[in-house]
Write a protein that binds this ligand. Sequence first.
Ligand code: SF4
Ligand code: SF4
Length: 373
Amino acid sequence: MEPLEKLSAVAHDPFAYAQAIQPALEKPVIGYFCSYTPEEMLTAAGAVPFRIFGTRGDISLADAHLQSYCCSLVRGGLEDVLKGRLSFLKGAVFPHTCDSIQRLSDIWRLNAGLDTHFDLVLPVKLTTQSARTYMISVLNTFRAELEQGLNVSISDEALHQAIYTHNCIRDRLGRIYRLKSQNPGKLAAADMYAIMKAAMVMDRAELLEHLDALWADLSAGASEGASTGRKRILMSGGICNHPDIYHFIEEAGGDVVWDDLCTGTRYFEGSVEETGDPVEAIADRYLDRMVCPAKHMGVTARGEHLKQLVRTHRIDGVIFLFLKFCDPHGFDYPYLKECMDQAGVPTLLLEVEEQLPGEGQFRTRFETFIDML
Ligand code: SF4
Ligand code: SF4
């Protein structure tokens, strides 16, 4: 199978992939919801980090535990585990970020029926020396809890090896993203989505092999597909689990050439120092990386970052995309929109759930937005 075909197949059915690899690799699969999960530690513990995206099916069992005004990621993830679709998981990690994830952790611990459960109570404000000290302490505790929960020992050497693997993955994802920005016709945005989704669920050693093969394919004949003539769109927000959205935008005359999503660039931004204390190095990446709205790095940090992305990638318009009832992104939106208004960048707001509303409604909104760019 060609690398892109393989990555797309994994993205299409991550559960089938996880069920198939688990017995073959004899590695525990550990679920997680958020990019503040230190994947390097899971890899060093011999596990496969597996991002949970929420269900596409109906939500019924989760409603007994969560109000319907919780975001569909949290409700959908709980639904999947209660219905046994995540039975291949050995456990799950909950970095304490938004209120919904924090409360989900308690409900999950009591009801999911998995062997292990990990909480990481990370600092919220990330700019002080005490935040760094505290972050390192939390990560060291997580390392010890992983060792106990998975009955393994995590050596510094294994952590350094895992850091190297994850840095290579981040590097390849960054290259592919930059190629898309420089040469939008080279890859469809839905392919970018598939690559990112697969990157968050596959065994990371296997993933790296596929990314290397894909990069070799893509970097050959660099001039192919140079220009699409479409408007350059940046998508900003939380999680995007809707490949159809990318199709609709392309059909309406736009190309998502960059993003600021938890399931996009915020997943692979920055790299971890490969020398020195590995836990401190992992903490330092989180402290340096641009924050999501559930963390704090200064009042204007996210707005300035977005303006910089718009300039760097010559963006014509920004689409804000987040899940309904997502308070962190909902509270952040007015400020970010104001930043874009001041910079003269047109924006469109889409609040979605796991189930998209009618296709026609989406197409019309994209067409109207892209026509005015
Ligand atoms: S917005 Fe922040 S807290 Fe929410 S999933 Fe993304 S990284 Fe995690
Ligand atoms: S940050 Fe938003 S989308 Fe992510 S889990 Fe929290 S409420 Fe849901």
